[in-house]
Structures are given as C-alpha cells and as structure tokens.
Design a protein around this ligand. Structure first.
Ligand SMILES: Nc1ncnc2c1ncn2[C@@H]1O[C@H](COP(=O)(O)OP(=O)(O)OP(=O)(O)O)[C@@H](O)[C@H]1O
Ligand SMILES: [Mg+2]
Length: 346
C-alpha cells in the first residue's frame, strides 16, 4: 500500500451556535495516500468542508476540534501553532475553494496576488524577478497572454480564469498536498473539464497528492483514485473508487450511486433515497443512516457500527450488515473503536 501522506483519526469538531453546540463532524477517519487523489463525497451538509477546515486549522471562530489527530507526514497538525500552520498551508498544503472570488482579493491585481506568494514564502523582493515568476506561474495554469494579464483585477477575469489564478497561487510554492473544495461546481461543463485536466497535469508534473471534494459522483469517478463517503458528519465507507462504485457495501453508498443521474441506466428511473439526513442537533444514537435504511435492525438503531476492513485496510465500511453483505458467515468479534484498530474480516 502506498505511503499515507495525510490521515485524520477520529477527528471531531464542534460549533457553538445560538441554539446550542453541534457536533458538525464526528470521529472522521480518512487516509490520503501519497501521489493519489482522494474524492471526499457526500450530500450537502455531511461535513466535507468542515473536515478540511478542521484539518487545516481554518475553522470559523465558533468552531473547535474537540478530539482526534491530523497526521501530515506523521506530524499532528492539531499540535501546530497558528503561525506554523500558516507556513504549512502556504508551502506544503494548498487549498482551492469553490468560488475563486472568495479567495482572491478584489482590490489587488492578479500580479500583486501571485507575486505575494513568492515574496512571502521565498523572500523575493526584486520587482523584475517577482514579475518573471508571476508570469511563469500564470503560464503554468495556461492563462493566455499572462504578461498582459498581470495588471488585471479578479473581476476582469471569467470564473474559469479566476479558478486558474487561484490554482496558480495555491501551487506556486509547490505544495505536496492540494485540497480542492468543489473547485469546479460553479463552472460550466467545458471549463470544468479544462480545470480538471489542468489539475491532473499539475499533479503529474509536481507529484502532488489531491483531496477533491465534490458531490458529483461521475466527476469523482473520472478524476479520483480513492473515495471516502461522508454521511451525517462521519465517513461511512472508503476504498479505491472503482471498487467502491462497482461494489458498494454501505447501503448509503449504494443509494447514492443509484440516485446519481450520470451513473444510472438512462432507461431506469432514478431511485432517490427516502427520507432526509438527520440534523447535527440531534444525531440518532445508532447508525445515522438507520432511519433511512431498508436493512436496519434493532442493533443498527441502538449502536453506532464498527469499522469493518479488508484488503489490508484499503476497503473499510462502518455498517453492521457488512459481513453478510460480503457473503461472510461469521460476524466479526469485539467492537472496534478507531480506524487505527481496523479489524480484518475474513
Ligand atoms: N459557521 C458555521 N456555523 C454553524 N454551523 C455550521 C457552520 N459551517 C457549517 N456548519 C454546519 O456544519 C455541518 C457540516 O457543514 P459542511 O459545510 O462541512 O458541509 P458540506 O458537506 O461541505 O456541505 P456542502 O456540500 O453544502 O458544501 C452542517 O450541518 C452545517 O450546517
Ligand atoms: Mg462544503
């Protein structure tokens, strides 16, 4: 199995709101293998963005990680100071957001914003040198006539171009890991593909690892190697994306795939998952999907499922019905609390 570059263990984040404290993500376990692309998939509100902001120390003021570890190259990011995190975010981990308009400063030119990265992270102050590096950075993300565009402001760029600039800024310091939170959702299909191709190109040439948040399963299948499926603040299934999509084990993953228009047989009517996700204000006591699951029994409603893992932990599912869904006779033994103790079912 490839080296793990980033791992979240039992990551749990709470948010203080006017109507009380909510646990937005709860015991999230994730592994991102070096050089691969992990899709983080799940319905709106399932906790995808919150997982990434928790890992990167970018929580809103009302948010706090209350449990867990975030191991990046073996070091726990949650133990770093805000200053150390700022440096890690700039140099080793980049983050591209859905709408580049929110990450770019509308009052500064594109050249000033790209140049700032080289000034801040590499201490370069020579104007001509900054200009040369900025042009190269924009050319690397295929911005035409880069030299002429340096003096433009973000509003003078199209959505796709702004996203390219945002990618240029985030990969300028050659990070090992790039976290993309729905980077193409706001773009039309053609531009979406161009951006994905660009990311793939950059990943190859710079040997980058990518976490790609999306709720587009088809896009995830085309672009990613591995997948982690989130439901109601928890990861419920994960593994190599081809295997998970061809042989989903968690009933939620199965429902999600059946409801995906792009993956379903066009002749067949799409089957939506009945019911709605629970509220973070009142998580069910047992499996959070149980109230919507046709297979749920008394244990599913009473107790949160263990992780069941196989293929040396590459495939893992948090569902009590896993052994029988895999056609195994024996139910596994003792409850497993953490990913680290992942149990092999054979
Ligand atoms: N600033 C905040 N204050 C209070 N609750 C929040 C805040 N941000 C997110 N939440 C809540 O945390 C939970 C997880 O939200 P998150 O943004 O991570 O979902 P998501 O999976 O990224 O959804 P989407 O696909 O819509 O982006 C949700 O219940 C959401 O309502
Ligand atoms: Mg989000």
């Amino acid at each position: 199995m490839s080296d793990i570059l980033l791992e979240a263990r039992d990551l749990t984040t709470q948010l203080v709101t006017k109507s009380g404290t909510i646990t937005a993500i709860d015991h999230v376990n994730l592994r991102v293998a070096a050089g691969r692309t992990l899709a983080l998939v799940g319905e709106s509100g399932s906790g995808k963005s919150m997982t990434c902001s928790s890992m990167l120390g970018l929580l809103p003021a009302n948010g706090r990680v209350v449990k867990g570890q975030v191991l990046f190259k073996g070091e726990d990011l949650l133990k770093k100071t805000p200053k150390q995190m700022r440096l890690i975010r700039g140099r080793q981990i980049g983050m591209v957001l859905q709408d580049a308009m929110t990450s770019l400063n509308p009052l500064l030119t594109i050249g000033e914003q790209v140049g700032e990265i080289f000034r801040y992270h590499h201490g370069i102050t020579n104007k001509a040198e900054l200009r040369r590096l900025s042009i190269a950075a924009l050319e690397a993300v295929r911005i035409p006539a880069a030299a002429e565009r340096l003096d433009s402001y973000p509003f003078q760029f199209s959505g796709g171009m702004r996203q390219r600039v945002s990618i240029a800024i985030n990969v300028a310091a050659a990070p090992e890991l790039l976290i993309c939170d729905e980077p193409t959702t706001a773009l039309d299909v053609t531009v979406q593909l161009q951006i994905l191709n660009l990311l793939r190109e950059l990943q190859k040439s710079r040997n980058m690892t990518i976490v790609f948040i999306t709720h587009d399963l088809k896009l995830a299948a085309q672009f990613c190697d591995d997948v982690a499926i989130m439901y109601a603040g928890r990861v419920v299934e994960r593994g190599p994306i081809g295997e998970v999509f061809h042989r989903p084990v968690h009933p939620y993953t199965e429902g999600l795939l059946r409801a995906a228009p792009s993956l379903a047989d066009l002749q067949e009517r799409l089957k939506t998952i009945p019911g709605t996700p629970p509220s973070p204000r009142a998580w069910p006591q047992g499996c959070r999907f149980a109230p919507r699951c046709a297979l749920a029994d008394a244990r599913c409603n009473a107790q949160y499922p263990n992780w069941f893992g196989w293929d040396e932990g590459q495939r893992a599912v948090a569902c009590w019905r896993t052994p029988e869904r895999l056609g195994l006779q024996d139910a596994p033994g003792e409850p497993v609390q953490a990913e680290a103790e992942l149990e092999a079912v054979r």
